[in-house]
Design a protein around this ligand. Structure first.
Ligand code: CTP
Length: 403
């Protein structure tokens, strides 16, 4: 999945011949899963039509502050468009538009939107080779980059003037690649390896029966998906679950029993920066697993159980620099029990679910948690979707690395 998926992108088009390529650019943004709003300078409309771009972007295209021919015209609010954007790109960016951007000139909707945008702004220059090399153009590039804007350098090749050299707007495919790479590099969990356990474990009684629990795995899968979106490389060690992951930075290791989950965790833990134990691991398993299906010959039947290994505690004992997060599902003395678990399992953070809270626990899409860290700082959270809880947990991880 592209890092542009779900992003709101404002494409500002200024008046150069390369504007005709923006039709492809819009199509590629949409294909990557982004939403696009196009803002054009009046001059750019000579090179590509607003109708083409509104059709491809599935949004109205704006080029003036209001439609002068329409008595009932509404004001095109550049502030609203600027604030809507997660990303802005000006492509093609002509020498004229670049120079105006440097000076805060604001005589068209594109420039006003640029000045209102709080997001990352990319610009893809397009001009003739001598213009591209001119000291004033180079000064514009430098000034705009010093303001935090990101330049997508022009490419070399045949130019509209018939000359050949540097100045062609980067090809739409290369613009997309440039932006994806730039965004991926800046993701807050880039370079971090995260191990996550999820789902239930099944403990065999005989070849056809097991002891299990109702965990769907949703909490752990949501953490895995969010962590991957934030740039992490994820190993998701999952007990039986019907859920699927949707990111190629997630490696799923499917296990069935607590013992298999233990072995898999120990295989990956050493190379891990963060471990998050969201699995509902069985605490006990049948001591003897029958090799054949057990027949119902007796009027009553007992199964002797033995404790499974505590996976999280075992990781806590091995831990060097790893940031370790556990879950606790409690029904009474919640805070005190959770604090004890932090000590017992050498955790940095525990995510406490209280079954006394509505909307918490198994089988729901929501969760109501309280964070407790190793310094016993208690942070109760509101009832949220599991996806939002996952984001809150990962914000704790990000804060740990940024403090
Ligand atoms: N956990 C684990 N391995 C186990 C049991 C639990 O890794 N065999 C992890 C869970 O994934 C969770 C945390 O430990 O992150 C807390 O589990 P919980 O079952 O609430 O705690 P227990 O230590 O089993 O305590 P209690 O008996 O009080 O429930």
């Amino acid at each position: 999945m592209s890092v542009l998926s779900g992003k709101k992108i404002v494409l500002g088009i200024s008046g150069g011949i390369a504007a005709y390529k923006t039709a492809t650019l819009v199509r590629l943004f949409i294909k990557a899963g982004a939403q696009v709003q196009v803002v054009m300078t009046p001059a750019s409309k000579d090179f590509v039509t607003p109708l083409t771009l509104s059709t491809l972007s599935k949004n109205p295209v704006h080029s003036t502050f209001y439609n002068e021919e329409d008595e009932n015209a509404v004001w095109n609010n550049h502030v609203e468009i600027g604030l809507w954007a997660d990303l802005m790109i000006i492509a093609p960016a002509t020498a004229n538009t670049l120079s105006k951007m440097v000076n805060g000139n604001c005589d068209n909707l594109l420039l006003a939107t640029y000045l209102s945008a709080k997001c990352s702004v990319y610009f893809a220059p397009a001009m003739d080779l001598d213009m591209y090399k001119h000291p004033s153009t180079i000064a514009s590039f430098k000034a705009l980059q010093s303001y935090g804007n990101i330049m997508i350098p022009a490419e070399s090749g045949e130019l509209a003037s018939g000359l050949s050299g540097e100045g062609r707007m980067a090809e739409p495919e290369n613009i997309i690649q440039f932006m994806e790479h730039d965004i991926a590099q800046k993701l807050p969990l880039k370079g971090k390896k995260i191990l996550i356990t999820a789902g239930p474990t099944y403990e065999a009684i005989d070849p056809v029966r097991f002891i299990g629990n109702h965990s769907s795995g949703k909490m752990g899968y949501d953490i895995a998906n969010e962590a991957a979106h934030l740039g992490a490389e994820v190993v998701l060690i999952s007990g039986p679950s019907h859920l699927k992951v949707a990111h190629n930075s997630i490696k799923v290791v499917a296990v069935v029993s607590a013992e298999e989950m233990y072995q898999a965790c120990h295989l990956y833990f050493e190379n891990t920066d963060v471990a998050i134990a969201a699995a509902a691991v069985a605490d006990y398993r049948p001591k003897n697993v029958a090799s054949q299906k057990i027949k119902k010959t007796e009027s009553s039947f007992n199964i002797e159980l033995e404790k499974t290994k505590d996976i999280l505690a075992s990781l806590g004992q091995l831990k060097k620099n790893q940031f370790l997060i556990g879950f606790a599902l409690e029904t009474e003395n919640e805070i005190e029990n959770a604090k004890l678990k932090i000590k017992k399992k050498y955790l940095d953070l525990i995510v406490l679910n209280s079954l006394q809270d509505q909307g918490a626990g198994f089988g729901t899409s929501t969760n109501k948690v309280t964070f407790i860290d190793r310094n016993n700082t208690i942070e109760p959270k509101d009832l949220k979707s599991k996806k939002e809880v996952a984001q809150d947990i990962l914000n704790k991880v990000i804060a740990f690395y940024n403090d």
